[in-house]
Design a protein around this ligand. Structure first.
Ligand code: HEC
Ligand code: HEC
Length: 257
């Protein structure tokens, strides 16, 4: 019963931003996506033409397409269907990574809300972009970007029902008091990859995190909600107590030079 309630709360929380400028917008985005699937190629490319022009506003920070590299912002290939802040070789803000491990997945609806008002969706994101005000422009830009999402372009326009709610971890897991000494003992297995300072070869820094975010991230790997083979393997072997202990240890560990 409690779980159900929590899930409901979560769903409401996450849909709040998607709904911020009304159901109308969400519906029109969905309609646009549905129409795109049925329109002949010529009509689609007409739409994509304006999308490309609109992308001009993103271009000074983002690349997309063949050979795209990270610039000020991450490349935007294969964006649809992936968790926010999840490219291993780009240094996201903690806010963006936290949003991803908390369950934010990029779909038509979440991207629409993000591009409209980036900081309304990810409060302390480093992306300094005021937002695209017009719903039609956002829909066209997203239609164009979707073309760079390869096989993922079949990701449904609506948020898949399994995502944010499934992250609704049992609060009991977050309440476990971790033993930092035990965490320090277990950490040897982690520091072979996660060097102090982090950021090496795409392996993020894990020191100084709020324990709660750390616990959520590890459970997300453990349950396969966050996809990375090595981390899924590592997290899959850890008990709930061990995860709490590691969170306590890395929280106080120095982020060395
Ligand atoms: C001034 C530079 C700048 C501009 C302009 C900009 N972005 Fe960003 N964008 C960033 C940065 C930096 C990040 C990483 C944010 C973080 O880590 O908090 C980001 C992140 C993103 C993400 C999340 C990607 C991921 O891997 O999770 C998306 C999606 C995105 N931007 C789309 C856009 C679109 C679409 C536009 C144009 C309408 C745009 N951005 C304009 C700098 C910019
Ligand atoms: C084989 C190398 C390897 C080992 C061992 C390893 N990790 Fe990771 N870890 C990674 C990589 C690579 C990522 C980034 C994966 C991704 O993009 O989702 C990661 C991501 C993470 C994240 C999320 C970081 C973020 O920025 O969102 C946490 C937390 C984490 N690891 C904790 C641990 C802990 C705790 C251990 C030890 C029990 C450990 N890792 C062991 C390679 C490793």
């Amino acid at each position: 019963m409690f779980l159900l309630f929590r899930r409901h709360e979560k769903t409401r929380g996450w849909s709040a931003f998607a709904d911020h400028d009304g159901l109308k917008k969400a519906v029109s985005t969905l309609l646009a996506a549905a129409l795109l699937a049925f329109l002949p190629a010529a009509a689609w490319s007409a739409d994509a033409g304006r999308g490309k022009a609109l992308y001009g506003q993103c271009k000074r920070c983002h690349q997309v397409g063949g050979g795209a590299k990270h610039r000020i912002g991450p490349h935007l290939n294969d964006l649809f269907g992936r968790a926010a802040g999840s490219l291993a070789d780009y240094r996201y803000s903690r806010a963006m990574k936290g949003a991803g491990s908390g369950g934010l997945v990029w779909t038509e609806a979440t991207l629409d809300a993000f591009i409209a008002a980036p900081r309304a969706v990810v409060a302390r994101s480093r992306m300094s972009f005021a937002g695209l005000e017009k719903a039609e422009e956002r829909a066209e830009l997203l239609a164009w970007l979707r073309g760079f999402s390869g096989a993922r372009s079949d990701v449904p326009a609506a948020e898949p029902t399994v995502t944010p709610e499934e992250y609704g971890l049992d609060p009991k897991l977050l309440a476990i008091e971790g033993d930092p000494e035990y965490g320090a003992y277990l950490a040897g297995e982690c520091t072979t990859c996660h060097k102090p300072g982090g950021g090496e070869e795409g392996i993020p820094s894990i020191t100084g995190w709020p324990p709660e975010e750390f616990v959520i991230a590890l459970h997300a790997y453990k349950r396969g909600k966050r996809v990375h083979p090595a981390m899924q393997l590592v997290a899959g072997r850890l008990s709930d107590e061990e995860i709490a202990a590691l969170a306590a240890h890395f929280h106080r560990a120095e982020d060395g030079p």
